[in-house]
Ligand binder design. Structure first.
Ligand SMILES: NC(=O)c1ccc[n+]([C@@H]2O[C@H](COP(=O)([O-])OP(=O)(O)OC[C@H]3O[C@@H](n4cnc5c(N)ncnc54)[C@H](O)[C@@H]3O)[C@@H](O)[C@H]2O)c1
Length: 364
């Protein structure tokens, strides 16, 4: 039963992976409360009705079931969660349980951050992306028409409960999308992480259980270490955004429809490696290893071919633009990346032309 701790002093919390005990037993023990509230969506409530029924009988929680989809990750849906909590007259001792993927975790976490000025919450991630990334680290929030995740708060959970059995019902496309956040650890988690992804890539995509569990464990460990050092993203935490400068531009370009977050990150990682090659950051002796890595990046189908100019301007709407400068996380030696704010526009445009210009295709 691998257990990790996100070390944040008196706000430290455990991340339990495939713990053999029952969730309710652990919850009652480590995050006791008079009342619990569960936030989930209608898809998950449909698939996991039996689980919710057992929680109903054991915990008698207040339930809030929202519609499914990134398009509902907005301030109106967040207000509806708060309405449910207030109408049930819950108090500050309440614990909110987020059962779902990153959308549910982000909204429920933001509701927990703001309800009565902050209550505890627990993440029960059900997608690969949420298991390896969004459930850990305390970033919560919602989208605004001006851009993604523009409204939110840092609010750490009290417990992250990862049960990989949820992955059995996850659509294949969602699994591959979530894998982007695992693959990215090859570029920020040290040489050992690079070697692990190189060796285990195929077995993870075949969803071999031991490989998937180990990938989750390692990804969480890397993220927990970075968050413990830099909770508020003053420096090192930005490394977790490897590939994301391009990815966020793609998501914005397609107005967040027709492309999943992880799919955009796959393309963004390809761009980041290409840009690093162009700006001579990759040691010659490692170039072949990077070529091999590029060959392994999934290239999901894009709705239409994007234009370089439009993608470049979409990059400036990202909240991570500071002083009007684009920041890129670019690989250096295998397993390591650097944050750069000095990359010329011409190099970025060349990369966009290289990656998207010449008739890309679905390599699924
Ligand atoms: N807070 C953070 O640090 C952080 C980090 C990365 C991404 N995010 C956010 O996470 C979101 C993306 O998360 P996601 O990829 O998990 O998407 P998601 O939450 O939309 O879930 C993807 C789809 O899978 C369904 N689903 C979830 N679990 C399932 C299961 N076990 N079986 C069957 N279907 C299931 C969902 O209902 C949904 O339709 C984005 O909003 C992104 O901004 C946040």
């Amino acid at each position: 039963m691998p257990e990790l701790t996100v070390q944040l002093g008196n706000r430290s919390y455990p991340v339990l992976l495939d713990d053999p005990r029952s969730f309710v037993e652990v919850l009652r023990d480590s995050v006791p409360a008079q009342r619990y509230a569960v936030v989930t969506n209608d898809t998950i409530a449909g698939i996991y009705g039996d689980l919710l029924d057992s929680w109903r009988s054991e915990l008698d929680p207040v339930m809030h079931i929202m519609p499914d989809g990134e398009q509902y990750k907005h301030i109106g849906t967040w207000k509806e969660v708060l309405d449910t909590l207030l109408e049930a007259r819950l108090d500050r001792g309440t614990v909110i349980i987020a059962l779902g993927g990153g959308v549910i975790g982000d909204i429920a976490g933001f509701a927990a951050a703001s309800f009565l000025r902050g209550v505890r919450f627990v993440q029960v991630p059900t997608t690969l992306l949420a298991m390896v990334d969004s459930s850990v680290g305390g970033k919560t929030g919602v989208n605004h028409s001006m851009g993604k995740n523009l409204i939110g708060a840092f609010h750490q959970p009290s417990l992250v409960w990862i049960d990989t059995k949820f992955l059995a019902t996850l659509p294949q496309r969602e699994f591959r999308s979530g894998y982007a956040e695992v693959f990215k650890t090859a570029f920020i988690g040290g040489r050992d992480a690079f070697d692990f992804i190189t060796d285990t890539h195929d077995r993870i995509l075949q969803q071999q259980r031991d490989a998937v569990c180990e990938a989750i464990r390692r990804s969480v460990e890397i993220k927990a270490g970075i968050v413990a050092e830099d909770e508020r993203e003053a420096g090192k935490r930005a490394l977790l955004n490897f590939g994301h400068t391009f990815a966020h531009a793609l998501e914005k370009y397609y107005d967040y429809t027709g492309i999943l977050h992880g799919e955009a990150v796959h393309w963004g990682m390809h761009c980041a490696i290409d840009l690093a090659r162009r700006t001579s950051m990759l040691p010659k002796e490692d170039a072949e290893r990077y070529d091999a890595m590029i060959g392994r990046i999934l290239h999901p189908q894009l709705p239409t071919r994007p234009t370089g100019e439009a993608l470049f301007s979409a990059m400036f709407s990202d909240k991570k633009v500071s002083d009007g400068k684009l920041r890129f996380i670019l690989p250096t030696v295998p397993g390591t990346s650097e944050i750069r704010a000095d990359i010329p526009r011409s190099a970025v445009m060349e990369t966009l032309e290289e990656v998207f210009g010449g008739g890309f295709s679905s390599a699924g």
